[in-house]
Design a protein around this ligand. Structure first.
Ligand code: NAP
Length: 285
């Protein structure tokens, strides 16, 4: 069997086209959406992700300000984020991770105004997600659902195994899948016989951060596999799935690069536009 390739790029382009229209409509009334990206780190990868978000945002007409703060304290970052929360011109606030060493990340995340928490990582957003209520959802988790939906992969009633339980990917993804009536198992570094759990799944979502972690023997024939992992190995981006071997067993596999990645930034920018519309009374949850 040779698996179907779950390409994210065409889906991302379609969503960008739709988003461009929404942004243009907001801009016509003088309300072009604006995202503030708080960059409180010297981490090169984080700095390059922030620049990439700014570039993509600008191509859609979304204003993206990178607020670069060198070596901040927790109190300084909380003040900054609170000021952005009061600034009427700012629709969304994103904290680029990792934050500078020594900063109390959770305290800063919770200082982001819930109506501007487009990253969906504050306590209010995560609480809403857990309760199954609409709200801002972390972009990567939303991207996995957009990829499955975009390729017509049924979620309701199916067994889904999520590998990884981080607050940005595994946990929110498991809640989104549960809200869509999947039967969800979450595995992590303390799971015993993870391979057996993965083999039960109709859909496997891998967000572990270990190159080629998911092997063919861990996949049920015909299953759909979504690879969230991104690790740079010898200058190349490598996923968490042993693609060639898994594609020989699975029914569908997403590539890295080109699968979840292209959708992630678009999902974030969709949150920004949603925040702008909500703040101006032009949308409801
Ligand atoms: P993370 O915070 O490091 O979490 C990794 C998770 O994997 C943890 O829950 C950990 O378990 C689990 N894990 C690690 N080693 C394992 C093992 N040997 N067996 C079973 N479980 C194991 O990472 P993350 O932020 O969720 O990111 C995961 C991957 O997704 C990374 O490669 C990251 O770069 C990528 N990512 C991609 C995008 C995108 O747009 N494509 C966006 C965000 C992240 P414990 O909880 O027990 O430690």
């Amino acid at each position: 069997m040779s698996a179907r390739r779950l390409d994210g790029k065409p889906l991302a382009e379609d969503r960008k086209t739709a988003l461009r229209g929404e942004v243009a409509e907001l801009a016509r009334s003088g309300n072009a959406p604006r995202l503030a990206v708080v960059l409180a780190t010297s981490d090169e990868a984080a700095r390059s992700y922030a620049r990439a978000k700014a570039r993509t945002g600008q191509t859609l007409g979304i204003e993206v300000d990178i607020v670069d703060v060198a070596r901040p304290t927790t109190a300084e970052l909380i003040d900054l984020v609170a000021a952005l929360g009061r600034d009427d011109a700012v629709d969304g606030i994103l904290l680029e991770f990792p934050l500078a060493a020594g900063v109390h990340a959770r305290a800063v995340q919770d200082a982001v105004a819930p109506e501007k928490d487009v990253d969906g990582t504050g306590t209010v957003a995560l609480g809403r997600l857990f309760r199954g209520e609409p709200g801002f959802v972390p972009a990567t988790a939303a991207a996995v659902l957009a990829l499955l939906d975009g390729h017509g992969i049924e979620i309701a009633g199916r067994r889904v195994v999520v590998l990884g339980r981080s607050l940005v990917v595994g946990r929110p993804l498991s809640q989104l899948l549960l809200a869509r009536d999947a039967t969800v198992t979450v595995c992590h570094s303390r799971t015993t016989d993870l391979a057996a759990a993965a083999r039960e799944a109709d859909i496997v979502c891998v967000a572990v951060g270990r190159p080629r972690f998911l092997q063919a023997a861990m996949v049920k024939p015909g299953a759909a596999v979504v690879d969230v992992g991104t690790t740079v190995v010898d200058g190349k981006l490598v996923g968490d799935v042993d693609y060639e071997a898994v594609a020989a067993v699975a029914g569908a596999v997403s590539p890295v690069p080109g699968g979840v990645g292209p959708l992630t930034t678009v999902m974030l920018l969709e949150n920004v536009v949603r925040a702008a519309r909500l703040r101006r009374g032009r949308a409801e949850w």
